[in-house]
Design a protein around this ligand. Structure first.
Ligand code: SAH
Length: 362
């Protein structure tokens, strides 16, 4: 049985572990070995850490623990995608998704239980905000996936439930562990943080991290973006775009990935494509067009595939790299938040706020 007073070593970075071992009066290299046992070998029992002196193991067992989230539900899809619903210590649920591709394997990681941002087309928003995940709960998703798959993923995207920049202090150490040589060794370009655009936190991120950046744009002007991504009212495009440019300015090879969900009759016309081209002029960009993933209670519809393609071609003609994201795991509700919604049986909460497509037309 886990005790609340014990420190969970799962969420500690290399410097965190070293500092903790110094506090215990133990050598830093023992701390680094423990880090390797946890993340490289998946060991959660101190007694199996054979190169750690017995006395130190006894001390660790008394004061610390390695607690990982529990898989409440594993749902494999026909295309190889697996969605896990994880149960946390307080009984709350989050989702982690594994997306295999030919040359890479990606884990989509959650950063919060629910989300406070209320984007009108997002099913996580319907669940409201419950709490931030701890660093251990965030890296715990990568730990679990690594054990389930038998190897670490090649890529991690912070695109699960929640807004990662609203949980900065736990997301940053977790992303450090993803890149850590003694843990998962994922290169900084293969760790992607996706944000709806909390500008001050984005600037702070640039000071401490250089992971890849994806930004949920979804609209080329403030009026429409205010409706779709309400945080835009606080941090409008004239603040967001320069902050993103600055984030990638350190490396000429870097680009911002703009996520743009294609909503039928809302943001998917040629007029929107042209406005987007103007907005992104001079910004090193890749645009990811995401077919809207419908969920119960939403009034939005997915744009027809031919309209998405016309939109994409228009961007390409303007010299903007644009791809359409393949929908994966359709048969298992892989759009974020959907499965948890079912597990929690909170379907009635969808009634709380049903977006009206007409309202979103500007
Ligand atoms: N809060 C972060 C990460 C969460 S979601 C962010 O906003 O970026 C990852 C991406 O999925 C975001 O671009 C989000 O806008 C998009 N998304 C959310 N709901 C969706 C849906 N129903 N269909 C398609 N994309 C969706």
């Amino acid at each position: 049985m886990a005790e609340a007073s014990k420190i969970n070593l799962l969420g500690l970075t290399r410097s965190g572990v070293e500092a903790y071992f110094a506090d215990l009066g133990a050598k830093a290299f023992h701390g680094r070995n423990v880090l390797k046992w946890i993340h490289k070998h998946g060991v959660t029992d101190f007694d199996a850490m054979t190169d750690v002196p017995q006395k130190l193991r006894d001390l660790l067992r008394e004061k610390a623990e390695i607690r990982v989230p529990r898989i409440a539900l594993a749902q494999p899809a026909d295309d190889g995608t697996i969605k896990w619903v994880l149960e946390l210590i307080d009984g709350q649920h989050i989702e982690t998704v594994y997306i295999p591709e030919e040359n890479r394997s990606t884990i989509c990681v959650s950063s919060q239980v629910g989300c406070a941002l209320d984007c009108s087309f997002c099913s996580t928003a319907q669940q409201g905000f419950n709490r931030n995940l701890t660093a251990a709960e965030i890296i715990g998703q990568v730990w679990l996936a690594t054990r389930e798959l038998g190897r670490p993923p090649t890529n991690v995207v912070m695109m699960g439930m929640g807004e990662p920049l609203a949980n900065f202090d736990n997301v940053v150490p977790a992303m450090e562990l993803m890149q850590e040589d003694l843990a998962y060794m994922i290169s900084k370009v293969r760790v992607t943080l996706s944000t709806s655009g909390i500008v001050p936190a984005l600037r702070r991120l640039g000071e401490v991290s250089d992971v890849s950046l994806a930004v949920s744009l979804h609209a080329p002007d403030n009026a429409l973006r205010n409706e779709l991504v309400p945080i835009n009212r606080k941090y409008p495009l004239e603040q967001l775009i320069p902050a993103c440019k600055e984030y990638v300015a350190r490396d000429r090879r870097r680009k911002i990935t703009w996520e743009y969900v294609m909503l039928d009759g809302v943001n998917d016309s040629i007029v929107h494509a042209k406005a987007l081209i103007r907005l992104l002029e001079g910004v090193p960009s890749k645009v990811n067009l995401i077919p809207f993933n419908p969920f119960p209670g939403t009034a939005y519809k997915t744009s027809p595939a031919d309209r998405v393609e016309v939109f994409r071609q228009r961007l390409k003609r303007a010299g903007i790299m644009a791809m359409t994201r393949k929908t994966r795991g359709d048969d298992i509700d892989a759009a974020c938040g959907q499965l948890v919604g079912k597990v929690n049986d909170r379907s009635r909460r969808h009634l709380k706020r049903i977006p009206v497509v007409q309202e979103c037309r500007q």
